[in-house]
Design a protein around this ligand. Structure first.
Ligand SMILES: *[C@@H]1O[C@H](CO)[C@@H](O)[C@H](O)[C@H]1NC(C)=O
Ligand SMILES: *[C@@H]1O[C@H](CO)[C@@H](O)[C@H](O)[C@H]1NC(C)=O
Ligand SMILES: *[C@@H]1O[C@H](CO)[C@@H](O)[C@H](O)[C@H]1NC(C)=O
Ligand SMILES: *[C@@H]1O[C@H](CO)[C@@H](O)[C@H](O)[C@H]1NC(C)=O
Ligand SMILES: *[C@@H]1O[C@H](CO)[C@@H](O)[C@H](O)[C@H]1NC(C)=O
Ligand SMILES: *[C@@H]1O[C@H](CO)[C@@H](O)[C@H](O)[C@H]1NC(C)=O
Ligand SMILES: *[C@@H]1O[C@H](CO)[C@@H](O)[C@H](O)[C@H]1NC(C)=O
Ligand SMILES: *[C@@H]1O[C@H](CO)[C@@H](O)[C@H](O)[C@H]1NC(C)=O
Ligand SMILES: *[C@@H]1O[C@H](CO)[C@@H](O)[C@H](O)[C@H]1NC(C)=O
Ligand SMILES: *[C@@H]1O[C@H](CO)[C@@H](O)[C@H](O)[C@H]1NC(C)=O
Length: 767
């Protein structure tokens, strides 16, 4: 790719000089308005990292400059790892293998296709998120993968049509933070590193990378322009939890932040991540996201992937001529080696890339990473991310139907299954017409050991209970046996990395559902959605009796949905985003930002809505959604009572007391100030899981923000206590002048209930 055409560069520079100073779009070659933060903080080896840093410093001291340099960039290796760091045989270092992604190991055999990030978000189950991560981590380990390229907390889901929102957990930073913490700890408990991504503000796919456009003009990546408070309270928040959990690596993002590229932005890498959050691991680029040489090293980048076009011997040259400190190279190497020791990868770990064949045809050793011990978690993860949003007169669970009619392209399995090599389609449909959707597309795709499609599980059901089943996957207006007890319609909504979604609905699927509903008085719709999907075209149709947002369950998709349809499992998922009545209700956050006007060559996205995305925006503008954030039905009902708040004896000074920065930042941010508790009862006749949700109205903040949730199993007729400890950070706002979390004096509102708008308990407390 041509770095920049003369016209493009000159044009951009002229424009940049015309709009200098007060405009955040100006900076001499588009990095500069992000405040400079130098030098790059050296890792301190604090807290649990102390022993690993002791060993790593000794190890790195024994390396030659060239060996240190070799640790900082990937090479082309004879394996299917997405990235490989070469071995240093002289000192017994075997090298590193890093590979995609957060929803399963991609591009190999004998691995499981796990539920996707959004599905984990929809399950709202911390313990299950951890179990899933442990089993996933185990598979990476068996395959000889040192670092898994996941989980995702950026994008968080600012843009409704964002192409990668399904890889992350939730449009809420608190929920994402809780789930990423569990996931990072779970993966790393197996000795595999997590690489939490994409740092930061990677909220759309459109213009994520620089490119030469069809006029031959060089176009920079989109710049996400974010004010400091929004950065802390929304986008940085879940990354802080990932760092607190000890994430071995953080992946810097493709796009720019305040016009400075994500992998050379000293404010975000040196300032926010390494200084403020005390990050002890290393920063790895997204693939080909390095756009600067020594500048990127000085800005805090530690490792370039899949290789570096800039570093190599230039790093030692730069040290010799004084443009880079030798201590920076040492810090890069030490951070990388410290994670290797910290995870115990020096004592026993399979050879890097052992189970990662270079391609489908390559001769390779059979390495079985799937384990029978994973089965329960795999299925439970698939079940719990389903969200029942409509259920008229108890249409579900099904009551021993004798004739079941099944419609829609999404009910069937794929025609062929082979382990996937990554494919980016230049244009893609709104739906995956070829088979059921168990995962989205791009590097977050996973490789299933099998795919249990809905039709497969329905046929097993028919075998077991002696019912009959009819189907038609291809017709948009299928014929119907009028004696059908139920019509199941399976549709989907696709998304893939590298492009944003063409919309939040599609005509084909809407027509299919309507056509079936016009003829079948008991029409149940199951929707596998890789992001927000609007349903107003048919959801109020009198014959649509039940609707399930089935998200992306992974390979046990059919078994999971059939367990739910037949009542062997009780739905317990809740939406981790807002479903509007109409697309326009998302306002400026519906579509990705596009190139325009003066900024044609350096596209801009001003995050001027601040923290008001998703439900916070709907609350602020008083827009009634179709299904609010946190919403979901069960086959039973729940009741809330007995709201209480109890203060701890922790001092409530305005700012956290000074302390040595640990991983995650000032440790006093985790001091528990207050606990909110209540009692939840199961008032129905079947056992079920409820997701009690705590929202706070913090002074000078959004109407409501999620600040606690749990998932509790309650036997029919019984009740259980729930409690939500609130930390200093949970109660604070980011104070831009003080550059601290500020615990304000004043009255705080408390809301507790089963969704962001069904909040039977409320109260206040004062600080
Ligand atoms: C930004 O640049 C434009 C074009 O030069 C200028 O009119 C405007 O005053 C500048 N400042 C702001 C805050 O927009
Ligand atoms: C981006 O610019 C805004 C406005 O000047 C500033 O508040 C914020 O700290 C900057 N953030 C970064 C990462 O440069
Ligand atoms: C650095 O890596 C290159 C490429 O793999 C290799 O040829 C070279 O021998 C390595 N240097 C050292 C000192 O290990
Ligand atoms: C050194 O940096 C220059 C300029 O960025 C680049 O063109 C060159 O390829 C680099 N050299 C190596 C060995 O990477
Ligand atoms: C120092 O070396 C680096 C890497 O080769 C190069 O990019 C930079 O321009 C050099 N600076 C000076 C002042 O020679
Ligand atoms: C899936 O089906 C569409 C037609 O809907 C076709 O254009 C496309 O090539 C198919 N994709 C694959 C991967 O087979
Ligand atoms: C509902 O289904 C019945 C067939 O059972 C059909 O007669 C009726 O017209 C349908 N209702 C609507 C609104 O299409
Ligand atoms: C983004 O903000 C800048 C600076 O305030 C302003 O000049 C520019 O017009 C804004 N861009 C858009 C697309 O709103
Ligand atoms: C605060 O309470 C904890 C137990 O809840 C106790 O261990 C600690 O001593 C108390 N601290 C003060 C200063 O009272
Ligand atoms: C905490 O640190 C800040 C900045 O270093 C300093 O201004 C302040 O006086 C310190 N406060 C206490 C109580 O030590």
């Amino acid at each position: 790719m041509v770095r920049s055409s003369i016209t493009g560069l000159l044009g951009a520079l002229l424009l940049a000089s015309a709009i200098r100073a007060e405009n955040i779009t100006s900076d001499a070659h588009f990095y500069g308005e992000s405040p400079p933060v130098y030098p790059s903080p050296e890792a301190t080896g604090t807290g649990p990292w102390a022993i690993a840093y002791g060993k790593a410093r000794t190890f790195v001291a024994s390396l030659t400059a060239e060996e240190k340099v070799n640790l900082t960039a990937g090479i082309t290796a004879d394996s299917g790892c997405a990235g490989s760091i070469p071995a240093i045989p002289r000192v017994g270092f075997p090298g590193l293998c890093v590979t995609d992604a957060g929803n399963g190991v991609r591009g190999t055999d004998f691995v499981n296709a796990w539920s996707s990030g959004l599905h984990v978000g929809a399950s709202w189950n911390k313990r299950l998120a951890r179990q899933r991560a442990i089993h996933l981590g185990y598979e990476y380990r068996q395959k000889g993968v040192n670092v898994a390229l996941g989980p995702v907390v950026g994008p968080i889901g600012r843009v409704a049509e964002g192409g990668r929102n399904w890889e992350g957990f939730s449009a809420d930073p608190y929920q994402s933070g809780v789930l990423v913490y569990e996931t990072v700890e779970g993966i790393q408990s197996t000795g595999v590193g997590a690489c939490t991504k994409h740092f930061i503000a990677n909220e759309q796919e459109t213009n994520r990378n620089p490119e030469t456009d069809d006029q031959g003009e060089y176009v920079e990546s989109l710049s996400s322009n974010i004010d400091d408070r929004t950065m802390h309270e929304l986008y940085l928040w879940p990354f802080q939890d990932a760092v607190l959990a000890g994430s071995a690596s953080i992946m810097c993002s493709y796009q720019r932040i305040n016009n400075s590229y994500g992998c050379q932005n000293s404010k975000v890498l040196n300032g926010l991540l390494k200084e403020e959050l005390g990050f002890q691991g290393y920063v790895m680029t997204d693939w080909y996201a390095q756009h600067g040489g020594i500048a990127s090293a000085n800005a805090g980048l530690d490792m370039a992937m899949p290789h570096s076009d800039f570093w190599n011997s230039n790093l030692t040259d730069a040290i010799a001529n004084g443009t880079m400190e030798a201590s920076r190279l040492d810090d890069m190497a030490t951070r990388i080696i410290a994670t290797w020791y910290h995870l115990g990868q020096d004592t026993y770990f399979p050879d890097p890339g052992l189970g990662m064949p270079k391609d489908v045809d390559a001769e390779h050793q059979r390495v079985i990473a799937t384990s029978p011990a994973s089965k329960d978690t795999l299925l439970q993860s698939a079940i719990e991310g389903h969200v029942l949003v409509k259920n008229t007169d108890g249409a579900l669970p099904l009551k021993s139907p004798r004739l079941v009619s099944v419609f829609g392209y999404d009910a069937k399995g794929p025609d062929a299954l082979q382990f996937n090599t990554i494919s980016f389609q230049s244009s893609y449909p709104a739906i995956q017409r070829n088979h059921t959707l168990w995962v989205g597309g791009g590097s977050g795709e996973n490789s299933p050991a099998y795919v249990d499609a809905p039709i497969d599980a329905l046929q097993r059901q028919a075998y077991e209970d002696g019912s009959s089943i009819l189907w038609n996957f291809d017709s948009i207006d299928p014929q119907l046996d009028s004696t059908s007890d139920v019509c199941l319609v399976f549709i989907n909504s696709y998304a893939t990395e590298s492009q944003d979604r063409p919309g939040l609905t599609d005509q084909y699927s809407d027509t299919l559902v309507t056509n079936v509903a016009n003829k079948c008085k008991n029409t149940v719709v199951v929707l596998h959605n890789a992001g927000i999907r609007l349903v107003d075209a048919w959801v109020e149709h009198e014959n649509v009796t039940a609707v399930i947002f089935a998200h992306l369950p992974g390979q046990d998709t059919g078994r999971a949905v059939v367990d739910l349809l037949y009542g062997r499992a009780n739905p317990s998922g809740r939406l981790p985003y807002t479903v509007a009545r109409q697309a326009e209700d998302y306002g400026s956050l519906l579509h990705p930002a596009q190139r325009e006007g003066d900024y044609w060559l350096f596209p801009q996205s001003n995050f001027s809505e601040g923290v008001l995305i998703d439900y916070r925006a709907f609350d602020a503008q008083n827009i009634t959604p179709r299904y609010e954030f946190g919403y979901g039905l069960s086959y039973t009902t729940f009741d809330y009572s007995d709201l209480q708040t109890r203060r701890s004896n922790v001092s409530t000074t305005a700012y956290p007391p000074n302390a040595t920065i640990e991983q995650g930042g000032n440790p006093h941010l985790w001091d528990e100030i207050l606990t909110v508790s209540a009692r939840v009862s199961n008032t129905g006749v079947v056992d079920g899981d409820e997701v009690p949700q705590l929202y706070l109205g913090i002074p000078n903040g959004p109407v409501r923000q999620l600040r606690g949730f749990d998932k509790v199993r309650i036997v029919a007729g019984e009740s259980t206590p729930v409690a939500f400890p609130l930390t200093r950070r949970d109660l604070s706002v980011w104070d831009v002048d003080a550059q601290q979390w500020h615990l304000q004096e004043g009255e705080y509102k408390v809301y507790l209930g089963s969704s962001s708008r069904d909040l039977p308990l409320s109260g206040t407390f004062s600080i």
